[in-house]
Write a protein that binds this ligand. Structure first.
Ligand SMILES: Nc1ncnc2c1ncn2[C@@H]1O[C@H](COP(=O)(O)OP(=O)(O)OP(=O)(O)O)[C@@H](O)[C@H]1O
Ligand SMILES: [Mg+2]
Length: 503
């Protein structure tokens, strides 16, 4: 394509105090292409997007849109010029209908001004159908799922005449079906001549969707390639600057005695069904299943967030009562939740305190604060998980999304629990960090922890687990030994017999 680029960034720099987030980024995006932006956690992707949407002013560098230089971009101006960003958590009014939300967004600036009510509804329907979204414009936004709200955002961007649509990790919490629908919409946007900037840590998504890929490393552009010129290994090398061992670490020792046992455990109030399973010391027990199969609900019950109303939990041969997260922590149970951006880190607190928050009882057995010990513990985890932060005193809010996730993980690992429940531990982290996390989980298991690993990343469950439990409809429907195949897991998750699954 000899087409002139639509949006051009030249040598963009941006520092936050001493942190040089962007040190010279070049990016050229064409109309009608899906341009993937790839880079490790903290490479500068989200910061670049905030520059593009006018949320951050760059320190230096230029931005051109359709040949015209954009100066002093602010969010309103960026929107007027047709640069839209779809966030993971859309900012819509929950009490208003879809049509009302779209009208509010679009009327002040476009032909929507002062249209009659029936007309608004019709226009909303038109916009939604243009992106292939099957949503009734009369529905109140609070009744929509997060992905449906994302669709409303995309419709609103299209209605505002967006020429550039930016998606920053849009699929992080989508089910497979929702993901496929989103891909369909991305393809439709491309067909309409929209430039899509697409950020994701899932390389297979990028290889499927993108026409071109730009790779950032440490705030600089290191490469821009057409899809056909690269494969997964090449992208990883460009991103990380070295080879990443993608093999899963093998278990180092035979599992010991039963550490965690659930006997018909369930919280019916939270929609659970009785689950019985055993995890040995040193064992990684993978929990597979489709999104909505009840894995997170089970994890929340084990951790006392939705205390069980039936069944028993046994740890190291004694029955324990877990009526609250405090009780769970006291019994040596740790839980790294799925939605770490909301529940995992305290944004206002420094990285160091976030890491020692749950561990303070172990770190300060005498009850007073020992700053030096807290610091060395935190520094240990910052190194072990390669958390990108200037130091342990930096506020967690200033870390990139993936690095905040690593802080949440470190916080629970620091408690040295007997039972570690991990819910999607590598979602949103880059490939390098992912393999660090795998190694660390193995090491903690080898030290005697019982690990319950919930993951929708099938290769991860297959590669990390000593045994795999498959859940469906809130129940444990199968237990598979190590060596089970993706097909075995999927057919159990879908409720097919293996022969049906293979067909
Ligand atoms: N407001 C801020 N104050 C201080 N530092 C910041 C701020 N925003 C971002 N940073 C730093 O800038 C760097 C780039 O962060 P950015 O969020 O752009 O990374 P990213 O590529 O989006 O990473 P991820 O894949 O984890 O989302 C990081 O080192 C981050 O800590
Ligand atoms: Mg980011």
């Amino acid at each position: 394509m000899a087409e002139r680029p639509l949006l051009v960034f030249r040598q963009i720099t941006k520092s936050f105090g001493a942190v040089r987030a962007l040190r010279g980024v070049d990016l050229e995006v064409r109309a009608g292409e899906v341009h993937a932006l790839l880079g490790e956690n903290g490479a500068g992707k989200s910061t670049l997007i905030k520059v593009a949407t006018g949320a951050h002013a760059p320190d230096s560098g230029t931005i051109h849109l359709a040949g015209e230089r954009l100066e002093r971009l602010d969010p309103a101006l960026a929107r007027r010029r047709g640069i839209a960003c779809i966030y993971q958590q859309p900012a819509l009014f929950p009490e208003l209908s879809v049509a009302e939300n779209l009208a509010l967004r679009l009327e002040p600036t476009s032909a929507w001004r002062r249209v009659v009510w029936s007309e608004r509804r019709r226009m909303a329907a038109t916009l939604l159908s243009r992106i292939g979204a099957d949503i009734d414009p009369e529905r109140e936004v609070r009744t929509l799922s997060m992905p449906e709200q994302q669709l409303v955002e995309i419709a609103s961007a299209m209605g505002a005449g967006a020429r550039v649509v930016i998606m920053d990790e849009p699929t992080a919490s989508l089910t497979r079906r929702e993901q496929e629908r989103l891909f369909g919409i991305v393809t439709a946007l491309r067909r309409e001549g929209v430039a899509v900037i697409y950020i994701s840590h899932r390389l297979e998504e990028i290889l499927t969707l993108a026409d071109r890929v730009t790779v950032l490393r440490d705030g600089q552009t290191v490469a821009c390639h057409a899809r056909a010129e690269v494969d997964e290994a090449a992208l990883i090398r460009l991103m990380v600057g070295r080879e990443v061992d993608q093999l899963y670490p093998a278990s180092e020792s035979a599992p010991g005695a039963v550490r965690l046992e659930l006997k018909g455990l369930c919280c019916r109030a939270a929609g659970g069904r009785p689950v019985s399973l055993r995890v040995r010391a040193g064992e990684v027990y993978g929990l597979a299943g489709l999104v909505g199969a009840g894995r997170t609900e089970l994890a929340r019950t084990i951790f006392g967030l939705t205390p069980a109303d039936a069944g028993e939990v046994w740890i190291d041969g004694s029955r324990v009562s877990i009526g609250s997260p405090q009780a769970a922590i006291a019994q040596g149970v740790a839980y790294v939740p799925e939605d770490r951006r909301r529940h995992g880190v305290v944004l206002e607190l420094p990285v160091g305190q976030n890491i020692s928050l749950a561990a303070w009882r172990r770190i300060f057995p005498l009850g007073w604060l020992r700053g030096d010990r807290e610091r060395s513990e935190a520094e240990h985890f910052v190194r072990a998980l390669s958390i990108k932060t200037p130091d342990t005193d930096a506020a967690a809010a200033n870390l990139s999304g993936g690095n905040q996730q690593k802080v949440a993980l470190a916080r629970w690992l620091a408690t040295r629990p007997r039972v570690l429940v991990l819910d999607e531990p590598t979602q949103g982290v880059d490939v390098g960090a992912k393999s660090e996390i795998h190694r660390l989980v193995r090491r903690f298991a080898a030290e005697g922890m019982a690990v319950l690993l919930i993951s929708s990343d099938l290769p991860e469950v297959l590669g990390m687990s000593d045994r795999i439990g498959v859940m469906r409809g809130g129940e444990l429907v199968a237990e598979l030994p190590q060596g089970a195949t993706a097909m075995d897991v999927m057919s159990a998750a879908l409720g097919q017999t293996p022969s049906e699954g293979a067909a």
